[in-house]
Design a protein around this ligand. Sequence first.
Ligand code: PAF
Length: 268
Amino acid sequence: MTLIPVVRTKKALARLVAGWRRQGLSVGFVPTMGALHPGHAALVKRASRENDRTIVSVFVNPLQFGPNEDYGRYPRALPADRKLVAAAGASAVYAPSAAEMYPKGFHTHVEVEGISDLYCGKYRPGHFRGVATVVLKLFNQVRADRAYFGEKDWQQVRILEDMIRDLDMPVEIVRVPIVREADGLALSSRNAYLSPAERRAAPALRAALEAGRKEARRPNSRPETVAAAVRRALAGTGLKVQYAAVWDGRLLAAAYLGKTRLIDNLPL
Ligand code: PAF
């Protein structure tokens, strides 16, 4: 297996990408926080099909974690990540330090107003501001033609699409469908937190979304009855619903399983 380079600084990244540009090559970009799984591999495979070179960033972004969230214990696995993305067709990994990304004196943030306060944003204040800020910085650093995001984070993709439209950013966002385990659980780096018993309970989230979708297909259903169907389906499963909502043609939900927060969504 070929070992692909890991670049650690903005300067080294700019040099690498400029070399590709001089050869007239197109560049795809897959931003991640690492602890990669086959869902990320699907993003990288798609990017490498559609571009001459693909960069994967691995950066656990402190700005998008709340004070009581899992920044400190978020799984970090760079050597395994490097192998996984190389096998999926990536050309390089960009893994900057927090100091490289946010040098002393950093104080500029990106706020995609309104939409960032809904759903996940309501329960994770500042989260999408942190996401938008780091993604805008990453876009400026990588200068890719296309960037690939998973539909599991539906609200995140929609916020980033609004950001590039509003700020006239010269990058195309490509949405990639959710990858699931055989039992329906959407792949997520946070699934690693689940105990064996929690892992067995976790597919109930997707099953509850299916129940909601069934309700949505009834002639007199309303967004509230669809959300109520999701909540009903989760009762007694061990998952505690944070929200269930119909938005943007999707049915979205977040729920806690012990200390682990899971999100998922389905098209309606
Ligand atoms: O979806 C993620 O993993 C992160 O929110 C992202 C887009 C890499 C920004 O840190």
